[in-house]
Design a binder for this molecule. Sequence first.
Ligand code: HEM
Length: 209
Amino acid sequence: MSALPRIRTFLFWFLSLAIALASWRWLALGVELSMPPMFHHVFKKPVALYVHIFFAPVALALMPFQFWAGLRNRRPAVHRWLGRGYGMAILFSGTGGFFIALNTNAGPVAASGFALLAVLWLATTARGIQLAMARRIAEHRRWMIRSAALTFAAVTLRLYLPLLAAAFGFETGYPIVAWLCWVPNLLIAEWLLLRPQSRLALTRLKSST
Ligand code: HEM
């Protein structure tokens, strides 16, 4: 593997695992201390909040393992079990995320950005799992790439938000990031899936014949 793909793979693993672990800081410190802007959800939507912030990091932490070809090939049963865990984590945290999105203090632009993200996250993951169960593996792979692009929104949000807050202030930056954290990820996933030279495009051709 040349340098660029190695760096990409390292960043994918490192950022996913680091942000998943950091997101569980509330387990030690509590929500009020570790994520003050979320504290209002404790009173209005406590179940949705706790389910979301417990299970969403599970999905993020499991995601890189599912793209590890060595594990998939050598231990397909482990891939299937981790996949069930990833799907359940998204079922719970996506549903919770949808309800806390509707309840955000950040206004309708942020609410609609996060709510649509939640719906697409649930839908792409459900479709990917349904295709795996039907043994339509090439298509399963394509839908799980879309699902992962959306899971990775947790990373891109935390990378972009400080920059947007510095440029426009938090009040303006936050609604922007509610869309910017996932729309480009999904477009990049679609571009990867469409590139004629990519292995993914070949699997698309194979699966449609
Ligand atoms: C991809 C679909 C996701 C949606 C729709 C979503 C939605 C939301 C929403 C609406 C909030 C509260 C925002 C507010 O009140 O202004 C939130 C907070 C949070 N989300 Fe998600 N989220 C998603 C993915 C993830 C993932 C994969 C993680 C894994 C790390 C995660 C971890 C958290 C955490 C820890 C918080 C508390 C905020 C903080 O970190 O300070 N979310 N999410």
